[in-house]
Write a protein that binds this ligand. Structure first.
Ligand code: ADP
Length: 306
């Protein structure tokens, strides 16, 4: 199997369960608290490793206790950490999350060391990127660095997957570097300014990304699965039927399944099936990284539902 390179963010998620959202000036006592390793980059790298793929993570941690904890966690999960940078005198990225009993959340982010993943770091990582076959990145780091990493991957012939999350308008040039772009409905709307509620609307929006240079758009559509759009095809590949309890990081799990399928030499439809199964299983369990399945679990779901 080819090696996967994940270029992206690493956050420590501090989740506090609260009776209601905090009001200005209020001191609120929580009902429970959890500390999770997260960030889209880290989530995708851990999910790839759980699926049994060789994966290298390129990202930045701070030289604090949280960074040391995350570094060990990635090693334990079997992620190649040789491309990680521990930056001095800065905290690791953190997400402060309030969750209310209805399940809704509010998140405040401290970018920390994720902001130090620069173009220069991307260039220093060129040899490490070139030894991989699939490249996956997201939008939680400085945009110039993301583009530079993609450019290096593209020039070295890697299959480049962009998860455009969290969504922001992007320059045209970035799409010409993408073999696959994987927006959910909201992200596709933000990228294109077009409606994406129906399949017809989503197809029209996806086609504008093809016109801007992307080779393929996979529009993630929750339980419905994914709409695959290329220059000469448009197909809905249905999701798996599961009892979803928490959809946190379903998108990250989907992307990991996709990257692992592509690294394993599957055709795109097979890779999407593995991605749908990985995303679906992650929704049946609480949390992000704790919810990510093994390859055997994903294959069992595919076998069960044909
Ligand atoms: P995001 O987490 O980025 O919003 P989605 O919610 O579309 O993305 O989920 C990503 C993928 O995970 C979907 O395309 C699908 O394969 C799978 N998935 C998500 N929610 C469910 C669900 N309720 N049932 C089955 N599969 C799901």
């Amino acid at each position: 199997m080819k090696k996967i390179c994940v270029f992206g963010s690493l956050n420590i998620d501090m989740t506090l369960f609260v009776p209601h959202f905090n009001l200005p000036g209020e001191t609120l006592t929580g009902t429970g608290m959890s500390i999770f390793t997260g960030g889209k980059g880290g989530n995708q790298a851990v999910a790839c490793a759980r699926l049994g793929a060789p994966v290298k993570m390129i990202g930045c941690l701070g030289d604090d206790a949280n960074g040391a904890m995350y570094y060990e966690k990635l090693k334990e999960e079997g992620v190649d950490v040789s491309g990680l940078k521990v930056c001095r005198d800065i905290t690791s990225g953190m997400a402060f999350i309030e969750v209310v009993p209805e399940g809704e959340n509010r998140i405040a982010l401290a970018v920390g060391a994720n902001g130090l993943l620069t173009e220069e770091v991307a260039r220093e990582s060129a040899a490490a990127i070139a030894e991989c076959g699939v490249y996956m990145t997201q939008l939680e780091n400085p945009l110039e660095a993301i583009i530079e990493g993609m450019r290096i991957a593209h020039e070295n012939g890697l299959t480049v997957v962009l998860d455009p999350a969290p969504a922001r308008p992007l320059p045209d040039g970035i799409f010409a570097l993408c073999d696959v772009v994987t927006p959910n409905e909201t992200e596709l709307n933000i990228l294109t300014g077009m409606p994406t509620d129906t399949l017809e609307e989503a197809e029209a929006a996806a086609r504008t990304l093809l016109a801007r240079g992307a080779k393929m758009v996979l529009n993630k559509r929750g339980a419905a699965g994914v709409l695959l759009v290329t220059a000469d095809a448009c197909r809905l590949i249905p999701g798996f039927k599961v009892n979803a309890v928490d959809t946190t990081a379903a998108g990250d799990s989907f992307n990991a399944g996709l990257a692992v399928g592509l690294a394993d030499g599957m055709d795109i439809e097979q890779a999407i099936r593995l991605a749908n199964a990985t995303g679906a299983i992650s929704t049946t369990r609480l949390g992000a990284q704790p919810a990510m399945p093994t390859r055997a679990q994903a294959e069992a779901l595919m076998a069960e539902q044909g």
